[in-house]
Design a protein. Structure first.
Length: 158
């Protein structure tokens, strides 16, 4: 299975020093040019800029269907639009957190997960302690309500 990531999961996982979990779980991760630009080129001050820029297992792939990107860009940000179109073109699993982006991805029948889903998969594989890393993610500024945070902890089984 191929994986495409949007910017937010890359940045969030970098903030808690867990970007390498993507390589362990996914092997090569594809990102569109706009995501690379958001995180590395224009986002050089962001967490993850150096990590993403140096990761040999992250591959920058240009999107072919620019018309589809432009249409989605009317509804969501350009990085999300390119990630969705690239995931569709590559028949890949999409890693995305933004609610509008997730809804757009589901509307075109993509399989999706987010940063929390990646942490859960890694915990199931014994790669990390879910409770500790989920707490660290939240403390690093990942936006999630207290109610949702507790619900995920309760349902996770970890």
């Amino acid at each position: 299975m191929k994986f495409v990531s949007n910017s937010t999961p890359l940045i969030a996982l970098s903030k808690i020093n867990r970007l390498n979990i993507l390589e362990s779980l996914c092997g090569t991760v594809l990102i569109p040019e706009e995501v690379y630009d958001e995180v590395v080129t224009r986002g050089g001050f962001l967490f993850g800029a150096d990590d993403v820029g140096c990761a040999s297992w992250i591959s920058v792939v240009p999107v072919q269907n620019k018309t589809a990107v432009d249409a989605l860009y009317l509804l969501i940000d350009r990085g999300e639009a390119e990630a969705i179109v690239l995931a569709k073109e590559e028949d890949a699993f999409l890693i995305i957190d933004d609610k509008e982006g997730r809804n757009a991805a589901l509307a075109v029948n993509l399989q999706i997960t987010g940063t929390i889903g990646i942490l859960l998969m890694a915990a199931e594989g014994g790669h990390l302690n879910f409770r500790e890393d989920f707490r660290a993610l939240r403390e690093a500024g990942f936006r999630i309500s207290e109610k949702e945070y507790q619900k995920i902890l309760d349902l996770s089984g970890f």
